[in-house]
Design a protein around this ligand. Structure first.
Ligand SMILES: Nc1ncnc2c1ncn2[C@@H]1O[C@H](COP(=O)(O)OP(=O)(O)OP(=O)(O)O)[C@@H](O)[C@H]1O
Ligand SMILES: [Mg+2]
Length: 171
C-alpha cells in the first residue's frame, strides 16, 4: 500500500506518520529528511523541487510506503491513498507558537491553511480529491484510527473542512 500524508506545517504529519507507518508496516519516507540529507534547500529554505523529484525517483519501484511532508502536494508521487491533514487556524497558531516560529512564518502557514492550499494543490497535481482529516480536536491516536478506518473501508471522505470563511471573519 502507498500512502501520502501532506498538509500545512504543524497539522501533525510527522506525529501521525511515525506511528501509522509502524502499525501498517510501511516504509516511512520523510520528505524533510531527504531535503536535509541531500541539501536541496537554499538559505531562504526554498526547496529545489526538480532535484527533490529526482531524489525520490526510486519510489517508483516500490509498492509499500508512507510518504509524509508538506511538499508532497507539489509534485506527483504514486499513491493509493492521499491524506491532507487540516487544523483550525487558532489551533495551528498555538502549535506553531510552541515551536517558536516567528510571527511572519506563523501568519504564512495560517494563511496557507485558510486558503485550502494543500487540498487544492493535490487536486491539481494528482487529479483526485484527497481524504481530509482535521486534527484540531482529535488526539494523534484517534486521528490514526480514523485514517486506518478510512483506508480499510475505502472511504471517499473523512471530514469536510473549509476554513476560508475565516479569511474575512477572522479567527
Ligand atoms: N490529532 C493530532 N494529530 C497530530 N498531531 C497533533 C494532534 N493533536 C495535537 N498534535 C500536535 O501537533 C504537533 C504537530 O507537529 P508535527 O511535527 O507532527 O507536524 P508536521 O505536520 O509534521 O509539521 P512540519 O510540516 O513542519 O514537519 C505535535 O506537537 C503534536 O503533538
Ligand atoms: Mg513534519
Amino acid at each position: 500500500m502507498r500512502i501520502i500524508i501532506t498538509g500545512t506545517p504543524g497539522t501533525g504529519k510527522s506525529t501521525i506518520s511515525k506511528s501509522l507507518a509502524k502499525e501498517l508496516k510501511l516504509e516511512l519516507v520523510d520528505i524533510k529528511k531527504i531535503v536535509m540529507a541531500k541539501k536541496l534547500s537554499n538559505k531562504k529554505h526554498e526547496v529545489d523541487i526538480r532535484k527533490l523529484v529526482g531524489a525520490m525517483r526510486s519510489l517508483k519501484n516500490k509498492k509499500n510506503y508512507l510518504v509524509e511532508g508538506h511538499l508532497a502536494c507539489e509534485f506527483f508521487i504514486p499513491a493509493d491513498f492521499i491524506i491532507v491533514l487540516r487544523t483550525h487556524p487558532r489551533v495551528l497558531q498555538k502549535r506553531l507558537k510552541k515551536r517558536k516560529y516567528n510571527k511572519k512564518k506563523i501568519q504564512e502557514n495560517i494563511m496557507t491553511e485558510m486558503l485550502d492550499y494543500c487540498t487544492q494543490r493535490v487536486i491539481q497535481i494528482y487529479k483526485k480529491k484527497p481524504l481530509e482529516l482535521d486534527t484540531s480536536r482529535r488526539s494523534p491516536s484517534s486521528s490514526i484510527e480514523e485514517i486506518k478506518k478510512a483506508i480499510k473501508q475505502k472511504k471517499k471522505k473523512i471530514d469536510s473542512v473549509d476554513y476560508s470563511s475565516l479569511l474575512v471573519e477572522g479567527y
